[in-house]
Design a protein. Sequence first.
Lengths: 283, 283
Amino acid sequence: MTIKTISTNRSHGGVQGVYRHASRETGTEMTFSVYLPPEAEQGSKLPVVWYLSGLTCTHANVTEKGEFRRTCAELGLIFVAPDTSPRGEDVAGDPAGAYDFGIGAGFYVDATQDPFARNYRMWSYITDELPAVVAANFPADLGRQSIFGHSMGGHGALTVALRHPARYRAATAFAPIVAPSQVPWGIKALGGYLGDDKRRWRIHDAVALIEDGARFRDFLVDYGDADPFLTEQLRPELLAQACSTAGIPLTLRRQPGYDHSYYFISTFMDDHLRWHAARLKGG
Amino acid sequence: MTIKTISTNRSHGGVQGVYRHASRETGTEMTFSVYLPPEAEQGSKLPVVWYLSGLTCTHANVTEKGEFRRTCAELGLIFVAPDTSPRGEDVAGDPAGAYDFGIGAGFYVDATQDPFARNYRMWSYITDELPAVVAANFPADLGRQSIFGHSMGGHGALTVALRHPARYRAATAFAPIVAPSQVPWGIKALGGYLGDDKRRWRIHDAVALIEDGARFRDFLVDYGDADPFLTEQLRPELLAQACSTAGIPLTLRRQPGYDHSYYFISTFMDDHLRWHAARLKGG
């Protein structure tokens, strides 16, 4: 549970920190960022919002470009941004060096296939190990957690929430991959990490999880209609259909002119955090 | 006046663009960013806020980390972020490759010393050439301009405002260098660009300008008391003394725990933009 402080900077009245620790799950050093709002200095434990990033990202992308601190400071939310995969010289990557598999592309699963099974354990890292590390080192109330993310991280947030509906009080996503079993990014990743048996993919596919009976109180999902990945990789209509059939309330917003970048994410960050806060504080 | 569009992204209801043009002043290609708020799509000309960046920065630092778009969208402000120097293989830099002189460190002066005089003409670029380029390509009302900046860019903003008090309706700064003639960064830069005769430095030194009779309606300056450059390079007390003697209203705020980073700047960006808007719209 020992963590090393890489940096801390006062921001919006609180503290933006970056930390590193030796992960039991991944077998590597893992870096993550935590924003503590000003309220954290008053001693009481605060709700925690988990943000899972997309392909190629580290903790740094949202930490620098996400524009979340003002709202977290106002609402008293702790914001945690993990990395997207194990990293290091000994960690296997994509054999061809592609951006969509391996380093920076852990897809929030526990890999079963060699050579990935040894280090690629992002599911257990995000849902089990890192929450304990955060609770041991920050005034985080694990009884009040919520989760969201972008693209691959939106996929992670939706699947984590659907499999732990009692633990996470809110779940939202920016431009998520909603049905990885049906799109190129997901087929490559789930096949590579979990093997060819597609039945094993279903617990890592939000649409399949819903089809198989998983439920969540409600979702907020934003996507931009100028997102270049919309029709091939994201396919929000598949989530809409699954939620409709299952009776899960889904607020799905098509944002005109927006793309896949942090210029899009930062625009709607405030909306998402207020959605989370209402559910974290309302019970 | 022809500009090339490098990128545009919808953000906070408006458009964040990055552009490049062949500069007459610097003799190089220069890159700058412009945020157009949603109001720009309605056809009327809008006030322009100039943001000058600090040592080592390009347009990108504030564009990605500045957290200015939400407020500019709300207030109807165009936000322009230029580069901090000419760049290119043919542009002379610091002989020792230091970060505080040459590339990324133009100090907003027109150099008179070889080999810098040919390209380092950031004063004329910022006050003359780029405003005309912006007015020719965007719905910018040059009758309503204001200026601010960070560190070296705070120095630039204060000196530009003091020498053009009728043109800029507001001027503020984050952690500015207020008296470059008296601090190591400034002595190196002004000496290198302008030569040894310190009398020529005075029009590029906010404190010296005020001592020599320059005036401005009022200033807002924020600095962090954990800023590692505070006592050696920034020395806000020299500005306080000069403004007090000259009768220039100065709102000088010491922000406890804040450092020199964009975590500091982004925290107070909203305050500064509201200060600018009040003066740009109030007349």
